[in-house]
Design a protein around this ligand. Sequence first.
Ligand SMILES: Cc1ncc(COP(=O)(O)O)c(C=O)c1O
Length: 210
Amino acid sequence: MATERVDASELLLDGPAWAGKVYLNTAAEGLLLKSCREAMLQYLADKATGEPGRIPMWAALERARGRAAELFGVPASRTALVSSTTEALNTIARGIDWRPGDEVVFTSVEFPSNMFPWVDLSETGVRKRIVSPRDGRIWLEDVLEEITPRTRLVTLSQVSYATGQHLDPRPVWARVRNSDTLLCVDATQAAGRVPVSGEHADFAVASVFK
Ligand SMILES: Cc1ncc(COP(=O)(O)O)c(C=O)c1O
């Protein structure tokens, strides 16, 4: 994907706090974009009008779903907006009818939000199969090796928050797509930087603030 040079001052809020400083986005918590601030102010303005304000608010929601759908390459009807990636992952984890002996595959370098929901399932008899890095990186073949007929779900970051490694989830999708195994891709560090395909996963989740 081509990278585009942008003038940060066009996108970010001006402010004495960072005037004269260099802003390096480390993808931890990005600064609020001018466009976000404007959208939030518009929301408050609409909200302040009472019931008539609902019409533009719902329209804004549908536009946001349309743009998320474009980013993930899926129809808008297959997108949902929730409060955070953490909420999305917990909703997925709590929405599956787990059976004792089911297995979940994830890596030891996932963001905690993509580990705790699965670790928390231990009480229901769900087993964890954790893939650790070798030579500082996760190898797809190690992930594929952990998939067994008991695997109910594989969950992976497309780009690691810890190392920045970009892992292509498509070989995992090719392996599980016609089986009972679900694939969840955490695209929080990937969306907007590298192509993300919602068509190559059962669930693709991302935050908007990177
Ligand atoms: C890879 C990854 N997944 C999940 C999260 C959590 O996102 P949220 O704060 O939207 O729950 C983060 C946050 O940094 C992240 O980097």
